[in-house]
Design a protein around this ligand. Sequence first.
Ligand SMILES: [Zn+2]
Length: 151
Amino acid sequence: MKAKKVLEVAAIENGTVLDHLPSEKVLKIVEILALHQESRITLGMNLESKKQGKKGIIKIEGRDLTEEEMNKIAILAPEVTVNQIKNYGVIKKKKIVLREIEPNTLRCNNPNCITNAESVATKFHILDKKPLKMRCYFCERSIEKEEMIFL
Ligand SMILES: [Zn+2]
């Protein structure tokens, strides 16, 4: 069981593997990071996981993720494990923790909000992490996880 897991994670030479993703978030993460446009990626969905039952994996060849990208992933999939791969081995394994919503990551879904009318960067306070709930700094509309639109 352990050997199989190592193989699944380390099958790229260099790059990043996102492990323990909810399967239904895999395509969404590819989309918001636009990974399909520039990186060689391998996706796995509904893979066996002892912890979660089923899980998703994204392998990104040839590059690391930026802080900004990691932050977006943390919004969608707070349980993710980020594996940094070098020469087919995991050199670093980390959990990412959502601390704040970076400006201009999400859209405010209040049509009357100043961020939708003028070129003002959106800003949200986190009210709750599980499940994720946040409030717009400008109009005070609260947004739940299901309503999020990434910019
Ligand atoms: Zn707003």
